[in-house]
Write a protein that binds this ligand. Structure first.
Ligand code: ATP
Length: 300
């Protein structure tokens, strides 16, 4: 056992700067080729030794976040305990900043942070490779949130390779209180998909632009194959995208399965101006300003 009674870990939310999606396979998964960037909105998990496994949540969306075994942080604690061969006797307190069901993988960030917090609390001695394997069992986005920075995700998005990324990227995020169900968005994508749809490839022009810190080219090459499906399920999002574009964003994209809209700005000041314009147009419940890339999950 660790000498610490409580361990705090945090993990960032993510944006998909590009998200290529192929046809649904027989096992239900879609092949993905995505460029992820971790950004400065964080989920924090405090793990405290307790008699039994419990979860509490604070922050935006806390009231709609499950506190039972369907919470990904709960499942992370169970996985680490099983590795150590002990009961998962821990209280997990989640402090959320990432919008729930917003396409930024907040639940997966909680899982990544809970893995590290429990590993440290129980002195589990797991290697980074073992932790990454457990992350992959928890969900396709969890390995990236351990890794952080900017990376290419293939397979289900869980096979991560680092991408060289120069420069700092300022984003204005327009978030919505009511999220979009990932399953519904993929379902609509399947309805719309062409029969001969090829497996996706990572976006080379975007990767070249990131390497060169060419903001304009990064903006031009943002893209998301799920955006059409997300816009059908939440048609108002088209006005959010338009409002960010008219405010001079270098590029605007719905992230993941939405509904969060990410607008790339020239500077923090420009990001604030875009956020103000989107708010004035009545096109977001909240706006947030973030920078990327930031590092992955870590114990504080
Ligand atoms: P996805 O990773 O599927 O794109 P998302 O980023 O859109 O998801 P999340 O906030 O991660 O959205 O959660 C989606 C759903 O997962 C929630 O509606 C909730 O029912 C469930 N869930 C499980 N664990 C958590 C958690 N720790 N925080 C938030 N939601 C969770």
């Amino acid at each position: 056992m660790s000498t610490r009674d409580a361990v705090t870990a945090r993990a960032p939310g993510k944006l998909n700067l590009s998200l290529g999606v192929g046809r649904r396979r027989d096992d239900g998964y879609h092949p993905l080729a995505t460029v992820f960037q971790a950004v400065s909105l964080y989920e924090e998990v405090v793990a405290t030794a307790a008699d039994e496994l419990t979860v509490t949540v604070e922050g935006p969306g806390a009231e709609v976040t499950p506190t039972d075994a369907t919470n990904l942080a709960w499942r992370a604690a169970e996985l680490v305990a099983a590795e150590v061969g002990i009961e998962p006797a821990v209280h997990l307190h989640l402090r959320k900043q990432v919008p729930v069901a917003g396409g930024m993988a907040g639940g997966s960030a909680d899982a990544a942070a809970a893995l590290l917090a429990c590993e440290t609390l129980w002195d589990a001695g797991l290697t980074r490779e073992r932790i990454a394997l457990l992350a992959g069992e928890l969900g396709a986005d969890v390995p990236f949130l351990l890794h952080g920075h900017t990376a290419v995700g293939t397979g289900r998005g869980d096979l991560i390779s680092p991408a060289l990324c120069r420069g700092r990227y300022h984003w204005a995020l327009a978030t919505r209180r009511s999220g979009l169900s990932t399953a519904d968005v993929y379902g609509r994508f399947d309805d719309l998909a062409e029969p001969g749809l090829a497996d996706p490839e990572p976006d080379r022009e975007l990767l070249t632009a990131l390497r060169a810190a060419d903001l304009e080219a990064v903006g031009r090459n943002l893209g998301n194959d799920l955006q059409g499906a997300a816009l059908e399920l939440a048609p108002d999002l088209a006005q959010t995208v338009a409002a960010a574009r008219s405010a001079g964003a270098l590029g605007v994209v719905v992230t993941g399965s939405g509904p969060t809209v990410a607008a790339l700005a020239r500077s923090r000041r420009h990001a604030m101006a875009i956020g103000a314009a989107v708010t004035a147009a009545g096109q977001a419940d909240e706006v947030a300003w973030v920078v990327g890339p930031v590092g992955g999950a870590r114990v504080l």
